[in-house]
Design a protein. Structure first.
Length: 258
C-alpha cells in the first residue's frame, strides 16, 4: 500500500512539474515607425521548433520557456530575435517592434519571346526542366533530382567520402539537422515556409548561412531549375530527404566495416 501511495505521489508531482514547465509567452508586434499592428508576422521558437503568426491586431501566443529564442520575421521588415525572460513569462504581453527595410529597386529586363507561328521553331525558345529523379534501392523516398543521369555516382560518392561537404555539414551540425523532423511535423512552420522563397527561416532554424544552404542543395544534386522555383517548404523537404538518405547510407557503410 505504501509503495502504491509513493508511486501515486510521484506521478502527481511529475505532472505538476511538467505543467509548470509547459509555459507560453504572449505579446503583440507593431511597426516601430507608427506603432500600427502587423498581421501575419512569422514567429518561430528556435529552441522548441514551434511556429505561429500574429492575428489582425498583431497579437500572438507561443509555447516557450526561459532562455528560448523567438524569431520574428515579416516581409519588408528587419527580422529580430528575442530571448524569453522570467519577466516576460510572468507579466506577458510584451511589445515587439519591427523596423522597415529600405529597398533599392533594380532595373528588370524582360526578354520577350519572338514567336514565328511554327511550332517546331517556337518550342525551341521554351526553357525545359532538365532535372532527373533517381530511386535508390532500399530507400522509401523517390531519391535525388539532378541535371544528368551520371550524377547518381557523384551522389553516392559524396555521401561515402569523409572529406565531402555533406559529410562535414551533416556530421558537424547533428542537433540542427535533427530539427528537420520537428519542422516537418509543425503545421504552422510548414504553412509559413510554403509562402516564403527567401530561405531566411531555414538558415535561422538550421544555423547555416546562405552559402552553406545553397551548397547542401547543390551537393544533394537537386537541379538548378528546382532550386530557382522551389518555395522554402520544398527546400526543407529536399534537405530532409537528402539527410535521411545520407544517414541510411552512412549506417550501411559503418555496418559493412564491422
Amino acid at each position: 500500500m505504501r509503495k502504491k501511495l509513493f508511486l501515486l505521489t510521484f506521478l502527481i508531482a511529475s505532472a505538476i512539474c511538467y505543467a509548470q514547465d509547459v509555459t507560453k509567452v504572449t505579446g503583440f508586434v507593431v511597426n516601430s515607425e507608427n506603432d500600427s499592428p502587423l498581421e501575419s508576422v512569422n514567429i518561430v521558437n528556435l529552441n522548441q521548433v514551434r511556429g505561429t503568426s500574429t492575428n489582425v491586431n498583431g497579437q500572438f501566443e507561443i509555447s516557450a520557456v526561459v532562455n528560448d529564442t523567438i524569431h520574428f520575421s515579416y516581409l519588408g521588415f528587419k527580422s529580430i530575435k528575442v530571448r524569453v525572460t522570467n519577466d516576460w513569462i510572468k507579466f506577458g504581453n510584451s511589445k515587439i517592434e519591427l523596423t522597415e527595410l529600405a529597398f533599392a529597386l533594380e532595373e528588370v529586363v524582360v526578354n520577350q519571346l519572338k514567336l514565328t507561328g511554327y511550332l517546331e521553331v517556337d518550342i525551341k525558345q521554351v526553357a525545359i526542366n532538365t532535372g532527373y529523379r533517381y530511386s535508390i534501392s532500399g530507400l522509401t523516398s523517390t531519391g535525388y533530382e539532378s541535371r544528368t543521369p551520371s550524377a547518381l555516382t557523384k551522389v553516392l560518392g559524396n555521401i561515402f567520402n569523409p572529406a565531402d561537404f555533406l559529410y562535414n555539414m551533416f556530421g558537424r551540425k547533428p542537433n540542427e539537422m535533427h530539427k528537420l523532423k520537428k519542422m516537418k511535423k509543425d503545421d504552422e512552420i510548414r504553412s509559413i515556409l510554403s509562402k516564403r522563397f527567401d530561405r531566411e527561416m531555414l538558415m535561422v532554424l538550421l544555423q547555416v548561412d546562405r552559402v552553406d544552404l545553397d551548397l547542401i542543395i547543390s551537393e544533394c544534386n537537386y537541379s538548378k531549375e528546382f532550386v530557382q522555383t522551389a518555395n522554402d517548404l520544398q527546400i526543407l523537404d529536399a534537405i530532409s530527404e537528402c539527410y535521411e538518405e545520407y544517414k541510411i547510407l552512412s549506417r550501411s557503410r559503418r555496418n559493412s566495416k564491422i
